[in-house]
Design a protein around this ligand. Structure first.
Ligand code: GLC
Ligand code: GLC
Length: 813
């Protein structure tokens, strides 16, 4: 069952019923100001950091779902309705929500009145613009009352939700004409406030929630809206809100446009005031000025469209497979941008207060993002590296606003350092920019401890070399990629966090996953060393990598697949000898991507075992058989009921690892099958089962052991975004940036006749035509670049071609 459809021409998903199984959301903003908006106008805004600078309040885990948003109430006679259906839930005559790139449009009508609401965050401005067009489609006169409504958050979202003895007394506002200012804590240490305004004179306003809603009132029918009259209330303490009242008269056929703006404004400390407790509104007025007419708002919307047009032009595919084109050209890249911006902090499943930016998460997000805006990728890499410790280990998370490591979580995740090498290698392959290696970069944000960035990579690499266990495999620390495989923690008390409880180190437990990572990304480290002329170091690194491969083959191969780990007692994890959890997905993906034991046939065997033991119709589960008991020596992974999350869920993030691994051994049909099974557009028809948005990935789909097999959870912010784009663009379609040029190495289903890709790479526009006349899965028989045949499958980078177009024909065979 579907709840909408893809409009590929407009690059939108059009939702045709407000009653989606879960809120289906969109992200507005791509620089500093962000809003989340659902298909029923739920959501909230923040500036840079969802925890520390939240503008509007959202109620997580509320009933009904998705409570609080930026709402517009229309009172037409006795009928009260909203363009996004919520919160009045009045049945609409027509409804649709178009989620597009950085904007959402709600088109609704009721009793002959139509409302079109367009929400977006303009490029280069710290605000959300809501353009509302009301049209009288009836034959009679319409006299309606319109009320806007936002509920302000008192900035720190955590404090806002918990510290009521303080924050019921701190709320302050100021109202000037049609502008409502939220200035809580501005009198003391904050130099910022929010403004909510409309570009027309108003007939009333409210800033006090109790006045607006009424005693025991609800969002669905606020007292002020029911009575058709604002209270002109000025909030003092309690819960400040922003609501405008406009009386609107429309002749038959007449339309009226209104532009509402919710903005974030900062003042210099010495320019905060213009009088006693009178805020300096000048920067707010300047902001509002930019969008105060329909023409200006439309121009900003057009600018946003060209911003996205330009970003998405760096990579596009055209093939006979419509869903592939749609996902690659629009939604995969869009999701990559959003996860780059948010990491795992703010979605409808991540409250924005728990986690800042993850070290490993952000590094992986770069893999899918770097071709979009390389400069921001560079900045991000250096920000992440600045939270590293001097021994190469790292804070697991950091706050985006302060860019400082998050001491509550601490460190000890022993895969973290290697992800920095992965991100950097990807950046250098994309840009050819080795100067990043010379950047002075602090440790633990302490400038006095800075070294060049190359030294950070060295310490990342050496961290693994110097933390090996008795099998010469990497010590796992608190956990590796799988946060829930906690081999050193031994938690027995309810409520203890597996992420922080117990020792983060242990001298025994080893990870074969980290071993695979080390071999794969170690090879990049070697290349980078050679490029800097560090031949001796490169040779030493190669020796360490060879030793690791040997250790994996000797102590990490289980006969049919790669084992997962050794626990703190030295017992096997992910082996046929285990009662439960005999085989795990992660080491199969990474050891095969690293080509460990490829010549001996281990890679082939490992992939066959994945297919045999882990495959389901909805994707590959993380492990089998699922854990049915709590194992104190394994930790959180055994805390989840079977089929959920890391305990045998279909963790979407590592499905692309298998797809990539399949391309390593040349199985294009299987790589494609793995790709499409979890790909949202291919699941659109079963939206009632899948439940989350059919245009983006979710973290997890319930595995075959779960009663709700096939049901996805935790959409939007997942490493799947980057890994999928990497997989499909670089390994399936095979257009792969390398250190010295652009490699063409497709691995596709044999019935695909070919495809075309437009790829901007280091300033050159490549038009690549891949033909598959022999119906093979992999292999390039002929590569023709601008009419000349080139040997091998890499187009060497030629700086003379920057700014020009290059035509490439690649014939598979
Ligand atoms: C979550 C985390 C990620 C982790 C994964 C597996 O997605 O964000 O860091 O690797 O779970 O536990
Ligand atoms: C839980 C989740 C895991 C996530 C971790 C960090 O352990 O199961 O996916 O990575 O929390 O917040």
């Amino acid at each position: 069952m579907k709840f909408g459809y893809f409009d590929d021409t407009r690059k939108e998903y059009v939702i045709t019923s407000p009653k989606t199984p879960l809120p289906w959301i969109n992200y507005l903003g791509s620089e500093s100001f962000f809003s989340l908006v659902s298909n029923t106008c739920g959501g909230y805004s923040f500036y840079k950091d969802a925890k520390l600078l939240r503008l509007t309040r959202y109620r997580y885990n509320n009933v009904p779902y998705d409570s609080n948003g930026h709402y517009y109430y229309i009172k037409d006679g006795d009928t009260i309705w909203n363009p996004g259906w919520m919160p009045s839930k009045t049945e609409l005559d027509t409804y649709c929500c178009r989620h597009g790139l950085g904007y959402s449009v709600f088109e609704a009508s009721k009793n002959g009145l139509s409302a079109v609401l367009t929400d977006f965050v303009p490029v280069g401005a710290s605000c959300e613009v809501n353009k509302l067009t009301l049209t009288n489609m009836s034959k009679g006169l319409k006299e309606i009352d319109l009320f806007s409504y936002v509920e302000f958050c008192l900035w720190n979202a955590m404090d806002d939700m918990t510290n009521f003895q303080r924050n019921f007394s701190t709320g302050e506002v100021e109202v000037h004409g049609s502008e409502i200012y939220h200035k809580t804590e501005y009198r003391e240490r904050r130099n910022h406030y929010a403004v909510f305004a409309v570009n027309a004179p108003i007939d009333g306003f409210d800033t006090d929630r109790d006045t607006f809603l009424g005693a025991y009132g609800e969002n669905s029918a606020p007292a002020v809206v029911v009575n058709g009259k604002s209270g002109d209330s000025v909030a003092s303490g309690w819960a400040p809100v922003g609501s405008h009242h406009l009386k609107i008269t429309l002749q038959p056929g007449e339309s009226r446009d209104l532009i509402f703006v919710l903005g974030y404004v900062e003042n210099k400390p010495e320019e905060k005031w213009v009088g006693l407790n009178q805020i300096n509104r000048a920067p707010a007025l300047a902001l509002l000025e930019k969008f105060n007419t329909v023409e200006k708002a439309d121009a900003a919307l057009a600018e946003l469209a060209s911003y996205w047009e330009n970003l998405l032009s760096h990579f596009s595919v055209s093939s006979e497979e419509k869903k592939l084109d749609r996902m690659v050209n629009i939604w995969h890249q869009y999701q990559c941008m959003v996860t780059f911006n948010m990491s795992r902090s703010a979605s409808y499943f991540e409250s924005g207060i728990g986690r800042g930016m993850g070290f490993r998460d952000s590094c992986q997000d770069l893999l899918g993002f770097v071709h979009l805006i390389p400069d921001r990728a560079r900045e991000r890499i250096l920000d992440i590296a600045a939270t590293q410790f001097e021994d190469g280990s790292a804070y697991h998370q950091y706050q985006p606003l302060t860019k400082k490591g998050n001491a509550d979580i601490g460190s000890g995740f022993n895969d973290d350092p290697l992800w920095l090498i992965a991100a950097t290698a990807t950046y250098i392959k994309e840009t050819g920019d080795y100067t990043i290696l010379d950047e002075r970069t602090p440790y633990d944000n302490d400038d006095s401890k800075a070294t060049d960035f190359m030294e950070h990579l060295r310490r990342s690499f050496l961290y693994t070399v110097t933390h090996l266990g008795s099998h010469k495999l990497p010590l796992i620390g608190r956990a590796d990629w799988n946060d829930c495989l906690n081999l050193n923690c031994f938690s027995e008390e309810p409520g203890e966090s597996f992420q922080t409880f117990g020792p983060s180190e242990g001298p025994v437990a080893e990870s074969i996953f980290i071993a695979g990572m080390f071999v794969r990304y170690g090879k990049d480290y070697v290349t980078i060393c050679r490029h800097r002329g560090l031949e001796e170091e490169a040779v030493e690194a190669e020796k360490a990598i060879a030793a690791m491969e040997k250790a994996v083959i000797e102590a990490g191969w289980d006969g049919e697949w790669f084992m997962r780990a050794y626990d703190a007692h030295g017992d096997k994890v992910g082996s046929k000898d285990c009662e439960e959890g005999k085989i795990f997905i992660e080491p199969q993906g990474f050891c095969v991507m690293a080509e460990i034991g490829k010549d001996q046939g281990l890679c082939q065997k490992s992939m066959e075992s994945v297919e045999k033991y882990l495959d389901t119709k909805y994707g590959i589960v993380l492990l089998q058989p699922c854990y049915t008991k709590y194992h104190v020596e394994l930790g959180e992974i055994t805390s989840y009921p079977g089929g959920y999350k890391e305990n045998a869920g279909i963790f979407c993030h590592n499905n692309p690892w298998i797809s990539i691994a399949e391309t390593v051994i040349g199985r294009g049909d299987r790589a494609w099958q793995v790709y499409t099974r979890t790909c949202p557009a291919y699941l659109e028809e079963i939206s009632e089962v899948h439940r989350t948005e059919p245009y983006v990935y979710s973290q997890m789909i319930a595995g075959k052991d779960a009663p709700n097999f096939g049901e996805a959870k935790n959409s939007w912010l997942t490493g799947t975004a980057a890994w999928t784009f990497l997989n499909v663009s670089q390994f399936i379609l095979g257009i792969r940036p390398d250190y010295d040029g652009l490699m063409i190495d497709p691995c596709i289903p044999k019935n695909l006749k070919g495809f075309e890709v437009a790829r901007t790479f280091r300033g050159i526009d490549y038009h690549i035509e891949v033909l598959n006349p022999e119906h093979v899965e992999k292999g390039i028989a002929k590569l023709i670049v601008d009419g000349k045949e080139v040997s091998g499958n890499t187009i060497p980078f030629d700086s003379n071609m920057v700014g020009k177009s290059v035509h490439v024909t690649a014939v598979m065979g």
